[in-house]
Ligand binder design. Structure first.
Ligand code: GDP
Length: 194
């Protein structure tokens, strides 16, 4: 697959406006500021496919892009403390609506910051994916911010912090250094070939 050929499709703020689910979809989910936009731009080698913002919590829409026979859904980052309650509810509805609308979701890339214990929001999201049997891979972002020793410690801790950790694929990732990019691309290519 030529990842650079990805095309931006549309942006939606309400799940009842979502485009028809006619292609297999890969979703990207995570807390705001986890490094989701940076990861997407890195994987597709595009500067502005997803907007990297200095101000977290701005992406309150689901953005769709497509590459060949796969559609990608960039879900709104959750867990930003300064967002008003009404706005948080709208995000929750949007994310929940996305997952419950019967779409052909082939995989979810669930991002967590490798430096920290997963937040309550992260764990809620992971529980939701497990309970509803959505296939997912954990992307451990900002790997470059840790030393080798710190990384080893965090990987060990995640084994107890994440439910069913031994059954979950975890990919340490760095948008800065490119670690994990090839693994992620290989996973996407596998889904495209199904
Ligand atoms: P999003 O809100 O999840 O889309 O997060 P962004 O991609 O906008 O990133 C949030 C902040 O983290 C930005 O300042 C990025 O430059 C930084 N960041 C994202 N990924 C990495 C990474 O792999 N390494 C480092 N060092 N910083 C990163």
């Amino acid at each position: 697959m030529n990842f650079h050929n990805v095309v931006f499709e549309t942006s939606f703020g309400r799940f009842d406006q979502l485009p028809k689910s006619d292609l297999v979809e890969i979703a990207f989910a995570g807390r705001s500021n986890v490094g989701k936009s940076s990861m997407i731009n890195k994987v597709f080698n595009r500067k502005q496919l997803a907007r990297v913002s200095a101000v977290p919590g701005k992406t309150a829409t689901i953005n769709f892009f497509r590459l060949e026979s796969v559609r990608f859904a960039d879900l709104p980052g959750y867990g930003y403390a300064k967002v008003a309650k009404g706005e948080k509810e709208r995000w929750a509805k949007l994310i929940d609506g996305y997952f419950r609308s019967g779409r052909n979701i082939g995989l979810v890339f669930q991002l967590v910051d490798v430096r920290h214990k997963p937040s309550q929001d992260d764990l809620q999201m992971i529980d939701f994916l497990i309970e509803n049997e959505f296939p997912f891979v954990l992307i451990l972002t900002k790997k470059d911010k840790l030393t080798k020793t710190q990384l080893a410690e965090r990987l060990e801790a995640l084994q107890t912090e994440i439910p069913c950790a031994d059954q979950i694929t975890m990919i340490p990732f760095s948008s800065e250094k490119g670690d994990g990019v090839e693994e992620v691309k290989a996973i996407i290519e596998e889904i495209a070939a199904e």
